[in-house]
Design a protein around this ligand. Structure first.
Ligand SMILES: Cc1cc2nc3c(=O)[nH]c(=O)nc-3n(C[C@H](O)[C@H](O)[C@H](O)COP(=O)(O)OP(=O)(O)OC[C@H]3O[C@@H](n4cnc5c(N)ncnc54)[C@H](O)[C@@H]3O)c2cc1C
Length: 525
């Protein structure tokens, strides 16, 4: 087995949990053992919660560092967060730290970003999105004063979706039809059958505002034209808690969680791929690693992509529900092309988060999500962490990533040959919009394509956000936290309820907790 991961700045190591549960009235018994496959935010949060519930936990990670989509690339003196950069629910991290008897602010500094992000429309005008009601009204009035009243109505409705959709329903494990039925009144109140764009359009008429208030679902892999309007909760979530930057990069949150685990005696084994979940008599008994070693466990939690987990880690005879045909029938979210680059020149006019929208909106998303066709045009999200945190690049330099939503691998694109022409097209688009002369200043560069999402992160069809968050693939209709097929097998992360995005996967770990008994009550049935 590969070496254990020990964070560089590990605080004085607290004693690991004793291997036995305290004896209640006499005989002590060994702690039940949980194996977590994958160290994405969902996997790390699950490991923390299970450890706090008394389980002896081990995490196995295929890559050489923890974080999954929140992996960190370091090259040429730059630090590139591979994935999440917009931290929206600090309270969910605080909750995990508090569970471990610590304070988040002792380990990670979160910096509020204001405005949250700039949206640049194709005609060169822009909209600064923030939680400041006065600034927001001024921005809206500059585009369409007639939409101000509609904006107020939208804000109220988004609040309702936040309270019902996130606070009440977010951390429920929809494992039974009964749990779904209980949620029906809330879904009706939110009129959750409408798409996010339909809901926004019912309040605001101007196409620019309709874009500005619906594109947030793309951050969690949802097409605003088909994702349920419940996702307007993102707007409320951002307004309530703000948008934050973790100093040192999102990777510092990952490191912080690994440190919490280390202090609890939970190892994260890196470079350790799980090849198979061992199942006997319909019950998960542990995992088999790529090197052939078997690890026994009382329960197994997969933070890997759910479709991939069932398709490749669970043998066919053990999955009457998650058959190959059912996995194939599901709709998968878009993928992403991400270009990480460093420049020797700084671009002070580029804010921390910038959406550079293209000429098309609905048509572009239809090409990507429905036709699985790689379009010629694109809308981009440009990330410039050095706007808030100079530690991400050598002095006088800027670190960036730019991402373009693209179809998943059903597009048939040969990314090996397409990656460089696509990157160049993105570079040219940036040069003609917000970064003139970019080509002359690049000193560091790397890309991630849908093929990498499949081959490196083991995501089915190379989807960047797991199964598409359609209403028919949500809650009860999303892969359950407690496997439909195998006892003792659990799922956590973007492919489970409530879905992708850092708050979503942290919530899924909370939902998982509701279907796993406390270690004292664990019975291996
Ligand atoms: C480019 C990008 C930008 C994003 N931006 C944001 C943002 O700004 N804000 C936000 O909230 N969300 C954002 N997201 C979404 C968010 O990052 C993800 O939804 C979330 O991080 C997924 O976490 P997860 O727990 O599902 O696990 P993942 O991050 O998918 O990690 C799963 C882990 O499991 C490991 N694994 C899989 N199979 C095995 C195996 N067989 N054996 C061992 N290990 C295995 C993988 O290597 C991986 O490390 C972004 C996503 C991307 C891709």
């Amino acid at each position: 087995m590969q070496s254990y991961f020990t964070p560089a700045d590990q605080s004085p190591r607290q004693p690991a949990l004793p291997g036995h549960l305290p004896a209640a009235g006499g005989v002590a018994r060994p702690r039940p053992k949980a194996v977590v496959i994958g160290s994405g935010f969902g996997g790390l949060a699950a490991a923390i919660r299970l450890s706090c519930k008394g389980y002896q936990v081990e995490v196995f990670e295929k890559l050489d560092a923890p974080g999954g989509r929140a992996y960190v690339w370091r090259q040429d003196g730059f630090t590139f967060d591979a994935g999440p950069t917009i931290v929206t629910a600090p309270n969910m991290f605080e909750e995990l730290w508090a569970l471990c008897g610590r304070r988040l602010q002792d380990d990670v500094t979160l910096l509020p970003i204001n405005p949250f992000y700039r949206i640049r429309f194709d005609d060169g005008t822009h909209f600064d999105y923030s939680s400041d009601p006065v600034a927001m009204r001024a921005q809206i009035a500059a585009i369409a004063p007639a939409d101000l009243a509609g904006y107020d109505r939208f804000v109220k409705e988004a609040e309702v979706c936040y309270r019902l959709g996130f606070e009440k329903l977010g951390s429920v494990a929809y494992d039974t039809l009964g749990s779904l039925l209980k949620a029906v009144p809330q879904l009706l109140r939110m009129r959750g059958w409408r798409s996010l764009h339909t809901m926004v359009a019912s309040h605001m008429k101007h196409p620019k505002l309709r874009m500005a208030f619906s594109l947030q679902s793309l951050l969690i892999g949802g097409n605003p034209f088909s994702v349920t309007c419940v996702y307007s909760l993102i707007n409320a979530l951002e307004r309530r808690y703000g948008v934050h930057w973790a100093m040192g990069g999102t990777g510092s949150l990952v490191q912080g969680m690994v440190k919490l685990l280390a202090a609890r005696g939970v190892p994260v084994h890196l470079n350790t791929e799980v090849r198979r979940i061992t199942i006997d008599d319909g019950r998960a008994r542990g995992v088999e690693l790529a090197n052939g070693e078997r690890v026994r466990a009382d329960l197994v939690v997969s933070n890997g992509d759910t479709a991939w987990t069932y398709r490749h880690l669970v043998e066919r005879q053990h999955r009457p529900y998650w058959t190959d045909a059912r996995i194939e029938r599901k709709a998968y979210s878009m993928s992403l092309f991400v270009w990480y680059f460093g420049t020797k020149q700084q671009y002070p006019d580029v804010p921390h988060h910038l959406m550079v929208l293209g000429p098309r909106y609905e048509g572009l998303l239809k090409d990507i999500f429905k036709h699985h066709h790689l379009p010629e045009d694109f809308s981009l999200y440009l990330h410039r962490p050095t706007a808030s945190d100079p530690s991400m690049a050598p002095a006088g330099h800027d670190a960036f990533y730019v991402l373009a939503p693209v179809p998943h691998l059903d597009s048939g694109t040969d990314w090996e040959s397409k990656a460089e022409p696509f990157r160049l097209a993105v570079q040219q688009r940036l040069e003609t919009t917000v970064m003139p002369g970019l080509g002359e200043h690049i000193v560091s560069s790397r890309v991630t394509t849908p093929q990498d999402f499949q081959d490196r992160l083991l995501s089915y069809k190379g989807a960047a956000f797991g199964m598409e968050p359609l209403l028919v693939q949500s809650a009860y209709f999303r892969p359950h936290n407690a496997s439909e097929d195998v006892r003792g097998l659990f799922m956590v992360g973007a492919s489970t309820h409530p879905g992708a995005g850092v708050p979503g996967v942290l919530m899924s770990a909370k939902a998982l907790e509701t279907v796993v008994p406390h270690a004292h009550k664990f019975v291996c049935n």
